[in-house]
Ligand binder design. Structure first.
Ligand SMILES: Nc1nc2c(ncn2[C@@H]2O[C@H](COP(=O)(O)OP(=O)(O)OP(=O)(O)O)[C@@H](O)[C@H]2O)c(=O)[nH]1
Ligand SMILES: [Mg+2]
Length: 680
């Protein structure tokens, strides 16, 4: 593919709620730009951007995928993003590197939740955007309603720049408000027609609103407009472009990606109204090219056959094929082989990439997502990417024993690819815990493990790392291990005191008098206690927060040994715990939940049913932040339940607070279960 100068590049992410038609619109844009020979269908699994087996199977986008439309001597880098909230990490990566957005709104459903979520994220990044009301051909399509839902639920000045001619099965074309021209489609070919008479008033009204929005983009223009002067088409265009750049105006187009009607104007609008990287940076081209190289890796694709593919955006300087760069995050040089532009999964070689361009490099050695590639002489470090924290943990293990190494290698690769996965080993429960964004995310992760790396994995709810402790002090508890059956016998004999130790896990002391237990056996007694603490007497969980004192004992000059004293200590320990009011402890988590105001009542009720204690709440913009303490046992599925309570509008963070006693009725059940399991 040819090298495009920075001013002829547009970087656009296509965003919306799931199913609005992002992938279908991307496909139609590519088709109209001649990048593909046929219009693929999501439902037939043959689109450019939904190419992964997991995407084809579900008919849903999972990864942000790059595809390029060359239009009027410009290069549009389109990033087709997922709409489902589990994959928001992919959207976050895309938002970090694009200069603008194409927001798709279904003409049937109007604005949906996930569109609001990305819209807010885009507000925070000050990204200019245009919107496309898609599915105008569908039953119940209603342009007016869709626009109203945008005005109700999204920020900014929503400005229709087109009007559909007919709706649903009568949708035949569109009217260009600014130029006052109408077009219909006849078997795929576009034809200009006079504006149908019934739309004349509406077109005039919308044109006035459009001019007003354009005037607001520029103070001088606004004065001229308010003084009652006519604005020229050129002035309107320039004003609108400024208003879009500043995020004040959002032009709204409409059409049908499926029927390929009114798709070309989207390409025109992207070129005319959305900023090039040069405009977005507010610098001139020469400056950008002469500046030191700075490219951000925003996505990594791990393929067991092709190897690693790193997707990047150049911010300044020129990145060349077959060069050496410096990874400032890893403090290491990287060899760059062939650079590629991407058409979905297809790689198109390019010799170099100018500032602003987006592409991919294969087989980088040290680089991971979020790293900056720059020069060693004058390193630049770009801001990284804000990925969402995952909150749904599951325990995983390979289905076939012996696959452990294979699994951990495969997981390492997947983690490199997906920054919204976390992997931990719980040393107490000995489980491998994989944390993801939601059920679908985890399902797909397991599917990938199997497809890419051939490891089949089982998942289950993680085990709660309960602990045991005591509530009372006991003194002089005896433990005696004595075996004298001919030959060399065994003899160990101790008396211990035991007491709760609130702020420390364990403490061992001794007050042996007159060598009742010889010095050399005392460490063995401590060792015996420590080993016995690994398995409590209630349900087999580790015992903590106790202090033990070795008070007395006796020995045998021939039969005593370290081993015998270790065993005696263990016997004394179990007896002591039994008498010292043993209880079960559970981990309590600090939880911070952020939800829109209207869900507060439901959230509180739900926390109650999870044995939660509310610590406080405070407003944060349109949201409320609730702080609470909740037992971990009640939180394993919270990610799923919070999603369903808030329609995926809420999120939460949690970290360990402290251990607390399990309420008696619940402890009873846990102890019964542990007994049953042991007998099994
Ligand atoms: N009738 C009609 N159906 C459409 C149109 N655009 C998309 N669809 C259908 O709507 C469904 C979803 O389309 P996609 O393009 O996969 O939507 P998406 O926004 O990419 O969805 P996710 O990637 O899952 O977020 C598919 O069945 C499409 O065929 C349209 O303009 N008209
Ligand atoms: Mg899609």
């Amino acid at each position: 593919m040819k090298v495009y100068p920075s001013a002829s590049i547009r970087n656009v992410a296509i965003v919306a709620h799931g199913g609005a038609g992002k992938t279908s619109l991307t496909e139609a844009l590519l088709y109209n730009a001649g990048a593909t020979k046929r219009l693929g269908r999501v439902d037939e699994g043959n689109t450019v951007t939904d190419y992964l087996p997991e995407e084809i199977k579900r008919k849903v986008t999972i990864n942000s995928t790059l595809a390029v439309a060359e239009w009027q001597d410009n290069k549009i880098n389109l990033l087709d993003t997922p709409g489902y909230s589990d994959f928001f990490g992919e959207v976050a990566g895309a938002l970090r590197v694009v200069d603008s957005l194409l927001v798709v709104v279904s003409a049937v459903a109007g604005v949906e939740v996930q569109t609001e979520v990305v819209w807010e994220a885009a507000d925070n990044r000050h990204l200019p955007r245009i919107a496309y009301v898609n599915k105008m051909d569908r039953e119940n399509a209603n342009f007016q309603k869709a626009v109203e839902s945008m005005r109700e639920r999204l920020s900014g000045h929503i400005v229709p720049v087109q009007l559909p001619i007919g709706e649903a099965e009568n949708f035949t074309g569109f009217i260009d408000i600014l130029n006052q021209k109408a077009y219909t489609y006849d078997n795929g070919s576009e034809k200009e027609i006079p504006i149908p008479a019934q739309y004349a008033d509406e077109v005039a009204r919308l044109r006035e609103a459009l001019i007003e929005a354009a005037a607001e983009g520029d103070d001088e223009l606004l004065m001229k407009y308010l003084d009652g002067n006519e604005l020229s088409s050129e002035e309107i265009r320039a004003g609108l472009k400024k208003a879009v750049a500043e995020g004040k105006a959002i032009p709204v187009l409409c059409g049908s990606a499926w029927k390929n009607m009114a798709v070309k104007p989207v390409l025109d609008y992207i070129i005319k109204y959305l900023p090039s990287p040069v405009e977005a940076a507010g610098k001139d081209i020469a400056a950008l090219e002469e500046e030191n190289l700075a490219a951000l890796v925003f996505k990594t694709i791990a393929d067991p056959y092709v190897g690693k593919l790193s997707m990047f955006r150049v911010y300044s300087g020129v990145l060349k094929s077959d060069s050496t760069v410096y990874n400032v995050n890893r403090e290491s040089e990287e060899k760059i082989g062939q650079l590629f532009s991407l058409q979905g999964k297809n790689q198109l070689p390019v010799t170099e990439m100018k500032p602003g361009d987006i592409g991919a490099i294969a087989k980088l050695q040290v680089t991971t997502t979020g790293d900056t590639l720059t020069t060693k002489a004058n390193p630049v470090r770009l801001e990284g990417i804000d990925f969402p924290e995952p909150s749904l943990p599951v325990a995983i293990k390979p289905k076939s024993k012996g696959d452990e190494d294979k699994l951990s290698n495969a997981l390492a690769r997947l983690l490199e690819e997906d920054p919204t996965l976390r992997l931990n080993k719980n040393t107490e429960t000995r489980e491998t815990i994989l944390t993801g964004m939601g059920e679908s995310h985890l399902d797909i992760t397991l599917e990938r493990l199997q497809r890419k790396f051939g490891v089949e994995v089982e998942m289950s709810t993680p085990t709660v790392p309960y602990r045991e402790t005591i509530r009372a002090a006991v003194n002089h508890i005896e433990g005696k291990h004595k075996k004298q059956t001919g030959g060399h016998g065994q003899y160990g004999h101790v008396f211990i005191d035991m007491a709760p130790l609130p702020d420390k896990e364990f403490e061992f002391t001794e007050t042996i008098f007159g060598g009742a237990v010889p010095r050399q056996y005392i460490p063995a007694v401590e060792k015996g206690i420590r080993e016995a603490m690994q398995e409590g007497i209630l349900a087999g969980y580790p015992v903590t927060n106790i202090k033990v004192n070795l008070a007395d004992g006796s020995y045998h000059p021939v039969d005593s040994s370290e081993m015998a004293f270790k065993v005696a200590a263990g016997l004394a320990f179990r007896k002591a715990v039994e008498q010292a009011k043993p209880v079960l402890l559970e981990p309590i988590m600090n939880v911070e939940i952020t939800v829109p105001e209207q869900f507060m009542g439901d959230i509180m009720g739900d926390l109650n049913s999870r044995r939660g204690r509310i610590l406080g709440m405070e407003p944060q913009g349109k949201n409320q932040v609730i702080r609470a303490q909740v037992p971990l046992a009640e939180m394993y599925r919270y990610a799923i339940d919070l999603k369903s309570i808030t329609q995926a509008r809420g999120h939460f963070k949690m970290n360990f607070a402290q251990y607390e006693e399990v309420p008696a009725s619940i402890a009873e059940k846990i102890i019964q279960q542990a007994k049953a399991k042991k007998e099994e």
